[in-house]
Design a protein around this ligand. Structure first.
Ligand code: NAD
Length: 358
């Protein structure tokens, strides 16, 4: 059956990098037998400019009807003074929550060709391949009560709540264990059970889920130690599963081990496997419109889409091999360029990947 892909370029470099990913999608449809049709929609600042809201109702409807969504990035300085509810980032949080995309998958993979781009020694990061599974629709970012109140003394008090139900923990746990079954069969559950009650529950539920996956080894780690271990010896990890804010912080740390923000894709999945796929970086206003942005994270997001939502792992292999080939050829955008390599712009990088697919 023809799969429906919704493309949401968003703002800033989102427009440029998504255009390159669409070249790859076009080649997959025209030359590799991918049965898919593409529709476009508005989100973020682009939604606000056209419809007065960062998440137009039509976009959410389009998302509900799609099998997979490809998103560029949202945000930009011109929207920073808007009311919080109208800011581009609200569109992103809104579509994640509206489509119940509760599982955020962020691989941190270091291409051997880019080992020197990492801030860590090559022997510590070469061959790095971690999958961070971050819970995305609960925890500290969504928990109630939340707010800022004025106490009788006149002093203000701000508060947020880290809240999880057993079923929310169980479903993210199952995603992590299912992924581990396809990898090295190790899950590290990261929490702060020595201090937080919600983390104690998290650990209990993870132990229960593990009973259904006897082949997978489950370990537990406090989040502060996990941050330290990621910087010290990251290759000890296979799959990490963790709460929303812990995952936000740890996945940024893990991504930086690989040297470039322009290389890393992500997926956010619902319980049926529908997913929104996006690079982990933002809209990079400092380079927007200059043709300098690295489109590889977005192209690799297409590859994750093929693997997790479109059931075409064979084509994911084609895209990933093409990216590897382009790096082997020494073709680099500015963010990953080093002496002796060929420096190219956004569109040339997209063209090079399409050429390498053939
Ligand atoms: P950013 O990720 O946009 O940029 C950080 C730095 O990385 C910049 O120097 C940028 O030029 C560079 N960079 C990012 N992507 C790149 C690419 N593909 N190729 C080459 N260089 C790249 O983060 P920021 O500057 O903190 O945020 C800018 C805007 O993006 C803000 O409005 C922020 O809210 C938004 N944002 C959006 C998302 C998202 O859409 N998922 C994520 C993070 C930030």
């Amino acid at each position: 059956m023809t799969k429906k892909i919704l493309v949401l370029p968003g703002d800033g470099i989102g427009v440029e990098i998504v255009a390159e990913a669409e070249k790859v999608l076009g080649a997959l449809v025209n030359d590799f037998g991918l049965d898919a049709e593409i529709e476009h929609g508005l989100i973020g600042g682009a939604g606000y400019d056209a419809e007065g809201t960062p998440l137009p109702a039509k976009t959410l409807e389009q998302g509900r009807n799609a099998d997979a969504i490809l998103l560029g990035a949202v945000g930009g300085p011109k929207y920073d003074t808007l009311d919080r509810a109208l800011r581009p980032e609200k569109g992103l949080l809104g579509i994640r929550a509206g489509l119940e995309l509760f599982a955020n998958l962020r691989p941190a993979i270091l291409y051997p060709q880019l080992a020197s781009a990492s801030s860590l020694k090559p022997e510590i990061v070469a061959g790095l391949d971690i999958m961070i599974v971050r819970e995305l629709t609960g925890g500290l970012y969504f928990g109630e009560p939340r707010g800022v109140e004025t106490l009788p003394s006149g002093e203000r008090r701000g508060y947020n709540s880290m809240v999880y139900t057993e079923s929310e923990i169980e479903r993210i746990g199952r995603v992590a264990f299912d992924i581990a079954m396809k990898r090295n069969k190790q899950v590290c559950s990261v929490e702060k059970a020595n201090v937080l009650e919600v983390s104690g529950l998290w650990r209990e539920v993870m132990l229960d889920v593990a009973k259904d996956y006897p082949e997978v080894e489950l370990t537990h780690m406090y989040v502060d130690n996990a941050a330290m271990q990621l910087a010290k010896w990251p290759k000890q990890f296979d799959v990490i599963v963790t709460e929303n804010m812990f995952g936000d912080i740890l996945s940024d740390l893990a991504s930086m081990l690989t040297g470039s923000i322009g290389m890393l894709p992500s997926a956010s999945l619902d319980k049926h496997g529908k997913g929104m796929y996006e690079p982990i970086h933002g809209s990079a206003p400092d380079i927007a419109g200059l043709g300098l942005a690295n489109p590889l994270a977005t192209i690799l997001s297409v590859s994750m889409m093929l693997r997790y939502s479109l059931e075409r792992a064979d084509l994911a292999d084609v895209v990933e091999a093409a990216v590897g080939k382009v790096l082997d050829q020494g073709i680099r955008t500015a963010d990953i360029w080093s002496e002796g390599m060929t420096r190219v712009g956004t569109a040339e990088m997209g063209d090079a990947v399409v050429a390498a697919m053939k």
